[in-house]
Write a protein that binds this ligand. Structure first.
Ligand SMILES: Nc1nc(=O)c2c([nH]1)NC[C@@H]1CN(c3ccc(C(=O)N[C@@H](CCC(=O)O)C(=O)O)cc3)C=[N+]21
Length: 300
């Protein structure tokens, strides 16, 4: 029997309706609408498409959005000046600087220039540190989206063996932190799982993968995960977005669906959830800025 399809696109649409309702309730309390500033540097076609999709999703949820564009050859200082302007703008709750940035720009310096309470990607070291010690402000959107897929599809992670393929700062590492966390009031998304991170230098990679009850792949290698690497009945989450022979494919080969019990498709799986969680974080930022959120414990 082929795996159940974990339809991230459908879930993303359901959640966007919920977020739109929460935004409307926020505005009905007399607050200004949440606002997201998107910054696009240069002319990468894929980045333009992603940013356009994010702004469309904002519109549909009642979140204001603004697009700031800088040329490919702009300086670090120009981008830092723009970030400072957006930090100071009281209409802007969230700032999203679309990555990757051109090579002359110090990406880490830009991430660190964003005020942590506007860092809706959750990439600022302050937010990474908070996540690490179990008092998160914003969860990074992609792993947050995966956590929501698991929770809302009724896939219990407590005590389970989770293998994460890939150790990136935006997928693998925060995913591990969320799923290993003991749930608490400050961190209800904690997964109570036993987590193993695997990467290009891991020994016994296939043996480790075959032990996993839940396998999350985020390495960016088309069809890396093959059926013989998967435990029968495992749940497979495919975070990869690769192009292969003109098609968008994930990190997981199609044949894995014959072995797994449930699997996210690509496209239509994790990607749409990433955008939805950006909306959720922007609403959370607006709540913080209106003094409504218990998640904000620091003063400014
Ligand atoms: N600061 C920053 N934050 C990001 O969140 C960020 C970023 N930079 N840089 C690029 C990556 C990539 N990313 C995607 C979001 C949604 C889809 C998505 O919705 N994909 C659809 C469609 C795929 C397609 O047809 O192109 C799907 O998987 O079904 C994909 C990729 C966010 N990123």
């Amino acid at each position: 029997m082929p795996a159940r399809v974990l339809d991230g696109k459908a879930l993303a649409e359901t959640m966007r309706v919920e977020i739109a309702q929460q935004v409307a309730a926020h505005v009905a309390l007399g607050h200004r609408p949440p606002g997201l500033a998107a910054v696009l540097v240069g002319n990468v076609a894929a980045s333009r498409v992603y940013v356009r999709n994010k702004r469309r999703a904002c519109d549909a949820a009642g979140i204001r959005s603004w697009l700031y564009e800088l040329p490919e050859e702009c300086s670090s200082q120009q981008l830092l000046d723009l970030v400072a302007q957006l930090n100071a703008d009281a209409q802007v709750d969230g700032i999203l600087v679309q990555l990757p940035l051109p090579k002359q720009i110090d990406e880490q310096a830009v991430i660190e220039a964003i005020l942590p309470d506007k860092d809706v990607d959750g990439f600022h070291p302050d937010n990474v540190g908070r996540l690490t010690i179990g008092i998160p402000r914003f969860l990074p959107c992609t792993p947050y989206g995966v956590q929501q897929i698991l929770q809302r599809e009724g896939i219990d992670t407590a005590g389970k063996r989770v293998a994460i393929l890939g150790r990136s700062n935006i997928v693998g590492k925060p995913m591990a932190l969320i799923l290993m966390q003991k749930p608490s009031k400050a961190f209800p998304m904690g997964g109570d799982a036993t987590v193993t991170i695997l990467h290009s230098r891991s020994r016994d990679l296939v043996e480790q993968l075959r032990q996993a009850d839940i396998l999350i792949a985020g390495i960016g290698v088309a069809h890396f995960v093959q059926p013989e690497m998967v435990k029968p009945g495992a749940v497979i989450i495919d975070v990869g977005i690769n192009s292969l022979e003109g098609k968008i494919v994930g990190d997981v080969a199609p044949g894995v669906a014959e072995i797994a019990s449930a699997m996210t498709p690509v496209p239509g799986g994790v990607g749409p959830m990433t955008i939805t969680m950006l909306l959720q974080n922007t609403l959370e930022a607006a709540r913080i800025h209106s003094g409504l959120s218990p998640r904000e414990t620091s003063v400014r």
